[in-house]
Write a protein that binds this ligand. Structure first.
Ligand code: PFF
Length: 510
């Protein structure tokens, strides 16, 4: 790759960074508990199919939008069509929202990783309720993320990805091997995870797998557009897409292989039932696994340390991509230095993450409902608005823009073209509609009824889209929103000014 161009220095660096964005809490926390709630292996197969068929297509679309513009998401969408700039702003707003809760969860992983060092990963309820401790760990998680993004795309994000992704893969392979060697219960765990029983998979399960695939691949929120904009002109994006999807699929698969045999082994030796262990719930990672690890003695302590360290690393390589989307836009739109842009974004999002942490803590401990909105704690609310509603919209916009709005000479033809123009958008619309319907008309005891809270979340998402469009037309439409070249030029100017300052210093010695 051209060394003078701002961005990733190598193709593998680009692919590892994108895979680092993809592999995160979605794979290690979300996937295992959703798999166990949806009947095991069948969910895994649908999920992997979604990644390869639907997710890969949307990822290729996002890489393409970024690469052809070599600019932040707003300029990138403007370059596709001047009327689409607002979509570019929407995918800056979405990661800013995700950051406010992902930082909190990242703080939890840091706490559990550090706790594993001293033999007790963590106690969910008491930790969640101790807001000072939660804020402290959230800050400890945010600092390395900020430092990596401040160091820049090549010297920070790329170097971190090259070091951290292989590290995660190795740790996961080691844990999977240990888990498979535990003996009693392992066979049942493997059967649950790998022998599909499609009768156990409902329509809602299929949709959940598709939504999970989108979140896991970081689609619909600008990350892949931003990373695509830093990829080299000669990189084969289709090849990179396949590599990133395969890596994400592989790490997801391994996380199940690490968790289910250990879980079933613990159930077999302790005599506790799997449902009593909370297998199908969101507490699988922060409540059940620490218990399982503790039950395995010294080996468990080592696995616990490895597992939560790896989870913290996975969350870190994801949050840096979320942070970079917003940072890139601010640097290029407002022509400010990277350090200043990152500091502003991190400080604002950290401040906003405090009420999210408090709200989660209150909810977990069954306390006051003061910090709930529409019946959800703020973490669930942000997750519902972004993951279920806004990210599918973002991904839909990317597919339609590349499928229909690019100049004819740049459009994809053949199988990929059809997928981009028709099949993937149709599937995303289905995910979106069912996700929204499930929110507004949730099923309780088999009966569906209107939920004012669900409707409130839908309205919130709609309000965010409307405000974003308004903001775009009022403040951005006719303004220069910059490109990657601006940062390189600003860096050169700063270096030049620094050197000129030094020269002046030499000319006038004291
Ligand atoms: N893909 C990440 C995960 O699976 O945890 C989450 C994520 C990262 C979402 C980056 C959005 C994003 F821009």
């Amino acid at each position: 790759m051209n060394q003078k161009r701002p961005g990733f220095g190598t193709r593998i660096g680009f692919e590892l960074a994108a895979a680092g964005s993809a592999v995160g809490l979605g794979n290690l926390w979300g996937f295992p508990y959703k798999t166990s709630a949806n009947g095991g292996a069948a969910y895994l197969f649908v999920y992997l199919a979604c990644i390869l068929l639907v997710g890969a297509v949307a990822m290729l679309a996002e890489f393409t939008i970024g690469r052809r513009s070599q600019a932040n998401t707003v300029s990138a969408y403007k370059a596709v069509s001047p009327r689409l700039g607002w979509l570019g702003l929407l995918v800056v707003v979405i990661p800013a929202m995700i950051m406010c809760y992902y930082l909190v969860l990242g703080g939890y992983t840091v706490k559990y990783a550090l706790g594993s060092f001293v033999g007790n990963a963590g106690n969910y309820g008491p930790f969640a309720g101790n807001i000072g401790d939660v804020i402290l760990h959230t800050v400890v998680f945010a600092l390395p993320a900020a430092a990596i993004v401040i160091a820049g795309v090549r010297n920070g994000i790329e170097k971190a990805a090259k070091l951290l992704l292989p590290t995660m893969l190795m740790i996961l392979i080691v844990i999977s091997c240990v888990s498979l060697l535990l003996g009693e219960g392992v066979k049942e765990g493997l059967a649950f995870y790998l022998q599909p029983d499609f009768s156990k998979l409902s329509g809602a399960g299929i949709l959940s797998a598709m939504g999970q695939a989108f979140f896991s691949l970081s689609l619909g929120c600008g990350a892949m557009i931003t990373y695509g904009s830093y990829s080299g002109k000669t990189v084969d994006l289709a090849h990179s897409t396949v590599v990133v999807c395969l890596l994400d699929g592989l790490l997801t698969f391994l996380s199940g292989l690490a968790i289910f045999p250990a879980l079933f082994h613990y159930a077999a030796v302790s005599g506790e039932s799997l449902s009593a262990l909370g297998m199908g719930g969101a507490g699988l990672m922060f409540i059940t696994l620490p218990m399982v690890f503790a039950g395995l003695g010294t080996v468990g302590q080592i696995i616990s340390l490895l597992f939560f360290t790896m989870t913290a690393i996975a969350a870190l390589t994801s949050i840096i991509s979320i942070l970079e989307v917003v940072t890139q836009f601010i640097i290029q739109r407002h022509k400010v230095a990277r350090t200043r842009a990152v500091s502003i974004v991190v400080l604002v999002c950290l401040a906003l993450s405090v009420p999210v942490g408090i709200s989660l803590g209150l909810d977990v401990n069954g306390g006051s409902s003061a910090l709930k909105l529409f019946g959800r704690n703020l973490l669930e609310l942000l997750d519902g608005v972004t993951n279920t509603l806004l990210m599918p919209l973002g991904a839909l916009g990317a597919c339609l823009a590349v499928g229909w709005k690019l100049p004819k000479s740049e459009r994809f033809s053949g199988f990929v073209g059809v997928m981009l123009r028709i099949v993937t958008p149709a599937l995303i619309v289905v995910i979106f509609l069912f996700g929204a319907a499930d929110m507004v008309f949730p099923a309780a005891d088999g009966v569906r009824a209107f939920s004012g809270d669900g409707f409130g979340i839908l309205l919130t998402a709609a309000g965010i889209v409307v405000l974003t469009i308004l903001a775009y037309f009022l403040w951005l439409k006719n303004r220069d929103t910059g490109s990657n070249r601006d940062e390189a030029a600003a860096n050169r100017a700063r270096d030049e000014a620094f050197r000129a300052g030094l020269r002046r210093g030499w000319q006038r010695p004291e």
